[in-house]
Ligand binder design. Structure first.
Ligand SMILES: NC(=O)c1ccc[n+]([C@@H]2O[C@H](COP(=O)([O-])OP(=O)(O)OC[C@H]3O[C@@H](n4cnc5c(N)ncnc54)[C@H](OP(=O)(O)O)[C@@H]3O)[C@@H](O)[C@H]2O)c1
Length: 334
């Protein structure tokens, strides 16, 4: 099969096309012919080697964290999928590799593709939709009437998180550039802050939840727009002890990770709020729930541009250089 992979960590010049043997599905695996994949900032971080301590991949490594496609074979213990099913997934972090013609995915990580979407639209969703779900539903437990701030509302995560927060009945504020103000309003934002011209900290107060997609100064300021008891869930800030535990890190690494968020957690405590880091997980069950929202028209994907598979490197470069106006960059095999 044709793939896009790295043989060593590095910049975009490390990514190249290569033929690999077709994957052989294990008993619980589903072999999927990939029709579309999407690009995430995670792909660049993995390619750079930024995560090699916490995600120790064996090289060569096929890149890509999102897929939509058709089942072509099932393992002997697979009960939930059959040949010919249209599916989508964010495969487990240890079994990535969707910039390829085929992939074997554990059946627990897979869900039926939303019927109303094309393959390209479906492939844009799993990682960002699961991230939004795990942040807003699982961690923050957002309830109707709560005030929720979502940073970077026009980004891959933001475009879905805004729609989910609206669906959960929250009052939603977001940061985006002025050119994307109309889009983020359509997606569910009640308040839009142009982050290039305005300081969100001066304009917002008494929030229950912040979804921080940026880290750094944005995270620091976010602590100050919450009301006492409020929560910052960050997908871009320093890791915390819960994440280290989930990862199964050894005690030394666990301590080191916890130390990285010490300052942020101390500041949060001073403000009477809590900080937690989220590293999203593959979850076919949650993806099935999301499929229902999508098929009901409550969440729809935002796709900026679709590239053909043989231009995977261009697709990555386009996304990495921030050329997308809003939403996701997709790679389609069809
Ligand atoms: N921990 C996890 O599990 C997890 C999961 C998913 C993503 N992430 C991380 O979360 C981050 C966001 O991911 P993504 O897929 O949404 O990225 P993305 O699609 O590349 O987001 C880009 C968006 O960020 C906006 N932006 C840039 N600077 C901003 C600022 N100062 N304030 C507000 N918005 C700003 C831009 O908005 P305009 O175009 O409107 O200017 C752009 O639309 C990445 O670092 C990614 O690695 C982590």
């Amino acid at each position: 099969m044709k793939t896009y992979l790295i043989e060593k960590y590095g910049d975009q010049s490390a990514v190249h096309a290569a033929e690999l043997p077709d994957p052989q599905p294990g008993p619980e695996d589903v072999l999927v012919e990939i029709h579309a994949a999407s690009v995430n900032p995670l792909d660049f971080k993995i390619r750079d080697g930024a995560f090699k301590r916490i995600l120790p991949y064996r090289l060569p490594l096929v890149l890509g964290n999102d897929l939509a496609g058709v089942v072509v074979r099932v393992g002997s213990s697979v009960t939930r999928f059959a040949v010919g099913d249209e599916v989508y997934a964010r495969p487990d972090k240890d079994r990535i590799g969707t910039f390829a013609e085929l992939i074997a995915v554990h059946q627990d990580d897979l869900a039926p593709k939303p019927a109303v979407l094309t393959m390209a639209q479906a492939a844009s969703l799993p990682l960002v939709a699961l991230t939004s779900w795990q942040a807003l539903v699982e961690k923050a437990q957002v309830r109707p009437g709560q005030k929720v701030l979502i940073h970077a509302g026009s980004g891959g995560v933001g475009t879905i998180a805004l729609q989910l927060a609206r669906h959960l009945g929250a009052h939603v504020a977001t940061t985006a550039s002025a050119a994307n103000a109309d889009l983020v309003k359509e997606l569910g934002a009640d308040v839009v802050i142009d982050y290039r011209a305005q300081d969100f900290e001066q304009l917002l107060d008494g929030y229950d939840v912040v979804l921080d997609t940026l880290g750094g100064e944005t995270l620091e300021k976010s602590l100050r727009v919450l009301k006492p008891g409020g929560k910052v869930i960050s997908i871009a800030g320093p890791p915390d002890a819960d994440f280290a535990r989930e990862l199964g890190a050894n005690p030394l690494l666990r301590q080191a990770m916890n130390a990285l968020s010490f300052r942020t957690r101390r500041r949060a405590k001073r403000h009477g709020v809590t900080y937690s880091f989220l590293f999203m997980k593959a979850d076919g069950g949650q993806l099935r729930e999301l499929t229902r929202f999508v098929d009901a028209g409550q969440i729809h994907p935002v796709v900026d541009r679709v590239f053909p598979f043989d231009r995977t490197r261009d697709a990555m470069e386009y996304a990495e250089k921030g050329r997308a106006k809003a939403g996701k960059v997709v790679i389609a095999m069809e």
